[in-house]
Design a protein around this ligand. Structure first.
Ligand SMILES: *Cc1c(COP(=O)(O)O)cnc(C)c1O
Length: 418
């Protein structure tokens, strides 16, 4: 079911018209569907129901809003976090520390310590020295940190270069060739309880073949570790499943993914961990915006909207596509460029786009903005920080305030000597 749908000629989120949210909250604003989050969280969970021992850790960087975390956690998810700030959010959302996985290539000593003190379930180590430091911090406190070693399986995920993480030249994980010796050294450290291995090869993957290849490499490593006498209790298979952004996109579904996992991991005899982000959040949100002007162009008109690259960075960062639809379609089509007000040519959401005809003052949405949207927002050009709304049935709430440019200005200081 599509949780953003047209009713009586206008776009609604569940049982709330987007026109009402625009009137009452203003634009630009992210609008999320709680039902869509729940449906995707359940679809992913159900897809793995044939796998014996599963831990689901929602990759909160995709959408870390506190209310969103509540919704996803209620579906039985822990959290995959990549900073102390994300760990604090996961804990604030009521996610048990034991269900939190701490990933990330640059965890500081202070962050490792906060994780230890909070008692989080698993540290995903990215380099040997990190494990040595973590072991020392834990040992000094009479603790044993549960950890896995993230390996880089050197597979090409076949996705955009900026969201590919499993090639040997990427910054993530340790070379799978060096992993056995490193694992042995880490296992010998007091203060560290090595549980197994982890991978995450990239994001927005449409094809299961690279994932399957990576999983098979990981299994060979597990066999090698076991042959060397190590216990391997957990394998963290990461995230990466893609979502549909435009017509013709044909990502594998959670069900297809689950079937592959079940087939490939049969008999592994480990707890399997998953870190889905985009597949849970992507289609659960839109960025609602108002057209400021329709500016005549040399080739096509420019639809200048009040959302910009500071609110939704994906098109500027990755040349990403977001469908653009009118909230109240006029019944005509146009070919146009869609851009924000920021003073960068990169602040362009679409070029030569065949879309609903719009005029100044009309509302529009950028679809599939639930993942890697608000979480990447900035205040560039001294714009406000974009607010977020969560719809649940016929109710909605502002779940993150718009932070005005004046509020941000108030946090700046001019030293007395100036
Ligand atoms: C970003 C990330 C994820 C989530 O990736 P998606 O493509 O959003 O599923 C999972 N694990 C790690 C370590 C990540 O960095």
């Amino acid at each position: 079911m599509d949780h953003f749908h047209y009713r009586d000629g206008a776009l609604w989120c569940e049982d709330v018209p987007l026109t009402r949210i625009a009137d009452e909250v203003g634009t630009p604003v992210y609008v999320y569907s709680a039902a869509a989050f729940r449906a995707q969280a359940r679809a992913f969970r159900d897809a793995l129901s044939g796998v014996p021992d599963v831990h689901l850790a929602y990759a909160i960087k995709a959408n870390p809003n506190l209310a969103v975390l509540r919704v996803v956690a209620a579906e039985g998810y822990g959290a995959d976090v990549v900073s102390g700030g994300e760990m604090a959010r996961a804990l604030a959302a009521g996610i048990p520390a034991s269900g939190i996985v701490f990933s990330g290539v640059g965890k500081t000593r202070a962050e490792l310590l906060r994780g230890l003190e909070a008692g989080i379930g698993q540290f995903n180590l990215e380099l040997e020295e990190e494990g040595v430091v973590l072991a020392q911090l834990a040992h000094e406190r009479g603790l044993a940190a549960r950890a896995v070693l993230r390996v880089n399986p050197d597979v090409d995920a076949g996705t955009h270069a900026k969201i590919s993480t499993g090639r040997k030249e990427n910054k993530f994980g340790v070379s799978i060739d060096q992993a056995p010796a490193m694992y042995a050294r880490l296992s010998a450290l007091p203060g560290l309880s090595m549980q197994g291995v982890a991978i995450h090869i990239g994001s927005q993957l449409f094809d299961l073949a690279p994932l399957e290849a990576a999983y098979r490499r990981v299994k060979a490593l597990v066999d090698e570790l076991r042959a060397a006498g190590h216990q391997v209790a957990r394998v963290d298979l990461g995230g990466g499943l893609g979502v549909r952004y435009k017509a013709g996109d044909d990502p594998r579904t959670p069900a297809e993914y689950g079937a592959m996992v079940e087939r490939v991991t049969k008999g592994w005899d480990v707890q399997l961990m998953f870190e889905p982000g985009r597949v849970i959040a992507g289609n659960a949100g839109v960025l609602l915006t108002r057209v400021i002007w329709v500016k005549p162009g040399v080739v096509h008109p420019y639809v200048i909207v009040d959302a910009a690259m500071n609110d939704l960075a994906r098109p500027a960062l990755y040349d990403a596509w977001h469908d653009v639809d009118a909230v109240v379609p006029r019944g005509e089509r146009m070919t146009a460029n869609v851009a924000g007000p920021v003073c960068e040519t990169g602040d362009t959401f679409a070029m030569a786009r065949e879309m609903d005809a719009v005029k100044g003052g009309d509302l529009a949405v950028l679809r599939t903005a639930g993942a890697y949207g608000a979480t990447m927002a900035s205040t560039y050009n001294s714009r406000a920080l974009v607010p977020e709304v969560l719809v649940d049935g016929d109710r909605y709430a502002v779940v993150a305030d718009r932070i005005a440019a004046e509020t941000i200005l108030a946090a700046e200081r001019v030293p007395e000597w100036l």
